[in-house]
Write a protein that binds this ligand. Structure first.
Ligand code: AMP
Ligand code: MG
Length: 424
């Protein structure tokens, strides 16, 4: 049996970053940039006003105060998106709106509040005062946003490897880019195995259970940026499994659930041994010991001979989710070109005891809460690997190292956080 680290190393060692694709910027959210993005323009393109006010020459405002306003003649109005044809000479001002280009001759802006604009319009009833009283002194450049102050033409704005977040989408749009080159998302084929499984929406005959793994795995694939391709359920026969595996060969990664433990119907391993290659089977962890990793080979539906990585997750619904977080998630993130592959781990005080009886690394479902700057963790009920609601109540996994016999209430433990919500 190999350790969690060894298993992860072997998985990541056989996974490559996928190719780049050109995508509409909004569709690239969460993907990794595969090009250096340089600006072909200045942003803003021209000096423009930071405020609604009057564009003036600063020397005209010398000595201005509410008691001795400086009177200037208003010669034009300029709004954002248009350019004034007039020039501000000494003794004149141009009414200017936020974002409008600074007219020739002007070197500063006096905001409305520092003029008698409001009183004047109220008393005269005019929309556009013909004269304006300036009530403050302004220095050269005041309330002017300089051309290129955000981005200058030719600048490297976003580097290869950056993750596209909403702010990057915004920056790309500000450069006028409609598409961008990003590492493509992996297609992850999801195949459940088991004669006992019934699909959701169907009546449940005696002795059968609903197939939940397909949906929890597909949801995890989506959550971490992959594209799930649901292959349905294979029954516990070699033929059924081989036929379904073929449907998954166009994907970038195949995830199966079930059929890897030591029961007589656990045939995923046997089929893999024939249809591919097994890299490892069994990892020193709990839940999830019978995790399998290898490669499946064969002719895909598109008629191409392909060989893709295969993660054979155990069948138990909790083991599926835990092993996905530990092994499938980093694999998907690596394919997407991401650098940070692990979930955050914090230290917490545990309120329950956990016994480690057989030297495996335990990942126990827990609820972590913060109190006075300290994290506390509680187990979310019985830890059977079939009890999926214990996962639903949890926001983290308490880690008990393989060389520890257990933990007692009050011990400090490491917790791998699955969700980082406001509630913790
Ligand atoms: P296996 O490893 O195939 O023996 O499965 C282990 C346990 O997980 C059994 O109790 C299965 O019934 C259960 N199981 C396997 N696959 C699924 C699934 N897709 N949805 C829900 N439970 C499953
Ligand atoms: Mg089974």
């Amino acid at each position: 049996m190999i350790s969690v680290e060894q298993a992860l190393d072997r998985i990541l060692g056989s996974i490559d970053v996928l190719e780049a694709e050109e995508r509409a910027i909004l569709d690239s959210l969460g993907q990794v940039l595969a090009e250096d993005v340089f600006s072909t323009i200045d942003i803003p393109p021209l000096d423009n006003s930071a405020m609604d006010g009057y564009a003036v020459r600063s020397e005209d405002t010398k000595g201005a105060s509410p008691r001795s306003p400086r009177l200037l003649r208003v010669i034009d109005t300029v709004i954002a998106g248009s350019v004034s044809r007039h020039k501000v000479e000494l003794g004149t001002a141009i009414r200017i709106m936020t974002g409008a280009p600074i007219p020739d001759g002007a070197d500063s802006v006096v905001r409305f509040e520092d003029t008698d604009d409001a009183e004047r319009r109220q008393s005269t009833g005019e929309q556009l005062p013909t004269e304006i009283g300036i009530l403050v002194e302004v220095a050269v450049g005041f309330d002017i946003r300089r051309a290129g102050e955000d981005v200058t033409r030719g600048l490297l704005v976003l580097g290869k490897g950056a993750v596209i977040r909403p702010s990057e989408v915004g920056v790309l749009a500000s450069l006028g880019r409609s598409t961008v080159k990003v590492v493509r998302r992996p297609v992850v084929a999801v195949l459940a195995t088991g004669d006992e499984l019934v699909d959701i929406g169907e009546p449940l005959p005696p002795g059968r259970i609903y197939n939940s793994n397909t949906y929890s795995v597909a949801a995890l694939v989506l959550r971490y940026g992959g594209i799930p391709k649901i292959l349905g359920v294979a029954s516990d026969s070699e033929d059924s499994l081989v036929a379904r595996l073929r449907q998954g060969l166009d994907a970038d990664l195949l995830i199966t659930t079930g059929g890897v433990s030591v029961g007589s119907y656990d045939i995923v391993r046997d089929v893999l041994a024939k249809e591919g290659e097994i890299n490892f089977w069994q990892v020193r962890l709990k839940p999830g010991k019978p995790l399998t990793f290898g490669t499946v080979k064969g002719v895909s539906q598109a008629g191409v001979t392909r060989s893709i990585p295969h993660l054979g997750l155990p069948g138990n619904p909790v083991s599926v989710m835990v092993t996905f977080e530990l092994f499938a998630r980093p694999a998907i993130l690596k394919m997407m070109g991401k650098k940070y592959l692990s979930k955050p781990v914090i230290e917490a005080v545990i309120e329950d005891s956990i016994i480690n009886s057989d030297g495996r690394r335990i990942f126990a479902r827990a609820m972590v809460k913060e109190r006075d700057g300290q994290y506390f963790a509680w187990l979310t009920g019985p830890q059977g690997s079939g009890i999926l609601t214990s996962m639903s109540l949890a926001n983290g996994l308490v880690i008990v190292p393989e060389d520890k016999a257990g933990v007692e209430p009050g011990d400090k433990v490491q917790v791998m956080m699955l969700d980082w919500s406001q509630e913790i």
